[in-house]
Ligand binder design. Structure first.
Ligand code: C2O
Ligand code: CU
Ligand code: CU
Length: 486
């Protein structure tokens, strides 16, 4: 069969529900040949104002992208047809974003992982009408990390992200820069945005969701490229992996089962590298890893199927092809972050969140005008996420947390770093040590929610405000109802 026919066959097989070669039923393993060069999202150049503020411009727009060869797909993107450029800033920078919405419908842009005032967060309360502009600004004050940005409107986040609205937001800091980690963007410091799609024979993105999860596709794109390869030119490569899927979970490993080093989780570096041969990422999670290569190595990054319901099938993601001569890089450092892990004081406040079904938390659907939790600025608390049903995950805006335990057991060593999103296996309880920030605003909430976007859209989300310590009792729990025009 010719390549295109093969792709068509794979697509039809997937639609027909035929079993793939892998353990989990469907999958693409064996049907991809790694013929397309990996695209690396371009760095977005800021305009630097007289006072040093870095001004970044992002435009949400519709376009057409050739996600599969010869089958142009109608998509959405930032500053282009699909996905968005990489925003990059250093701790201490003042940043000002100019977000234009050229779509025909309202949307928002949320800075997932950024520590900032609630009014700048880009959640469902910061809608941008068609033709409108939103201009949030803040001072970057958090450790180096791989964050990202994506729409976050109530009820339609899954559709907006799935169509292509997502990009990376990298934070640098001097301490991390001094570690000598690979840092040449696109060469030995490479972002990998993993997203699954179902693209039909006409090139249309299918959006029909499955009742429980929403869309789970078998065409996996890396940075918007199907069937990709990457040319390795250095002995050590840093990969910043983002699960940018709406629901699918990945269990990532190399085809030769080589070991690699996890150096960072969602919100920053681990204390020291952790060597593993497989990592998992639920939607919204990020990991930074270091991988050693030898000259002429050829190895496939793949995701193996699991039994959580949202991780079926074995999928080849990306082939690494190493040159005959590799530029040397320093060895993997023995220590990474100087900052201690997140600890909670004795007697810390504990809060409980029960996930049942797929559209509520603690028995309540998300309501735009209801404040569910009031948190004093700078608090450190223990949050219990109790899942009574099938797999979910949990993301908290504006915070960094550490996973204390999963059903009483410590998480794997590579998941003990600072995070903002965590997988919550079916019928299990995850406890988090949560460090809240200092931006107070009693009338503008932040969100916490399941990052399986269909669940978020259906109401598995809640709202919290951060307030001056001591004022908690006087905070109004009901917000005035806003009217959105357009
Ligand atoms: Cu990445 Cu509230 O979201
Ligand atoms: Cu977020
Ligand atoms: Cu969920």
């Amino acid at each position: 069969m010719k390549r295109r026919d093969l792709l068509m066959f794979a697509g039809l097989a997937a639609l027909a529900g035929c079993g793939g070669p892998g353990t989990g039923g469907k999958g693409n393993a064996g049907s991809v040949r790694f013929v397309n060069r990996l695209r690396v999202p371009p760095l977005l150049e800021p305009a630097v104002a007289a006072d040093g503020t870095k001004r970044f411009s992002l435009t949400m727009q519709a376009g057409r992208a050739e996600l599969l060869p010869g089958r142009p797909t109608t998509t959405w993107g930032f500053n282009g047809a699909f996905l968005g450029p990489t925003v990059r800033a250093t701790r201490g920078d003042r940043v000002a974003m100019r977000v234009r919405n050229q779509l025909r419908e309202p949307s928002t842009v949320h800075w997932h992982g950024m520590r900032l005032p609630a009014a700048m967060d880009g959640g469902p309360h910061q809608m941008i009408e068609p033709g409108g502009v939103w201009s949030p600004h803040w001072t970057v004050d958090q450790p180096a990390a791989t964050s990202w940005y994506h729409p976050h409107l109530h009820g339609s986040t899954a559709r907006h992200v799935y169509r292509g609205l997502a990009g990376l937001f990298l934070v640098d800091d001097p301490a991390t820069a001094a570690l000598g980690l690979p840092a040449t963007y696109g060469v030995d410091d490479v972002p990998l945005v993993l997203q699954d799609k179902i693209i039909d024979g006409n090139g249309a993105l299918r959006e029909d969701p499955r009742p429980t999860w929403g869309l789970i596709g078998d065409q996996i794109l890396v940075n918007g490229v199907y069937d990709p390869f990457f040319e390795v030119t250095t002995t050590l490569v840093r990969l910043r992996i983002l699960n940018g899927s709406t629901a699918r979970m990945y269990h990532v490993e190399f085809s030769d089962r080589r070991r690699f080093h996890v150096i960072g989780t969602d919100a920053g570096l681990l204390a020291a590298p952790v060597t593993v041969d497989r990592v998992q990422l639920s939607p919204g999670e990020r990991l930074e890893i270091l991988v050693e290569f030898a000259p002429r190595d050829q190895v496939v990054l793949r995701s193996v199927g699991g039994d959580n319901g949202l991780d079926e099938g074995d999928h080849d993601l990306l082939k690494f092809v190493a040159a005959g001569l590799l530029a040397p890089r320093p060895a993997v450092p023995a220590r990474l972050a100087a900052a201690p892990g997140i600890e909670v004081p004795a007697g810390a406040r504990e809060r409980r969140f029960r996930l049942s079904g797929s559209d509520e938390i603690n028995g309540r659907e998300m309501a735009m005008n209801r404040i569910d939790e009031v948190v004093p600025a700078g608090a450190r608390e223990i949050w219990h996420i109790e899942n009574t049903v099938y797999a979910h995950n949990f993301h908290i805006h504006e915070v960094a947390f550490r996973v204390l335990d999963i059903d009483g057991e410590q998480p794997p060593a590579y998941l003990r770093g600072p995070k903002d999103t965590v997988f919550v296996p079916g019928k299990s309880t995850v406890r988090l040590a949560v460090q809240f920030g200092h931006h107070t605003d009693p009338t503008t909430p932040y969100m916490y929610h399941c990052h399986i976007l269909r669940h978020e859209d259906k109401g598995m989300m809640g709202q919290f405000v951060i307030v001056e310590p001591g004022t908690e009792a006087s905070v109004a729990r009901t917000l005035p109802t806003h009217h959105h025009h357009g």
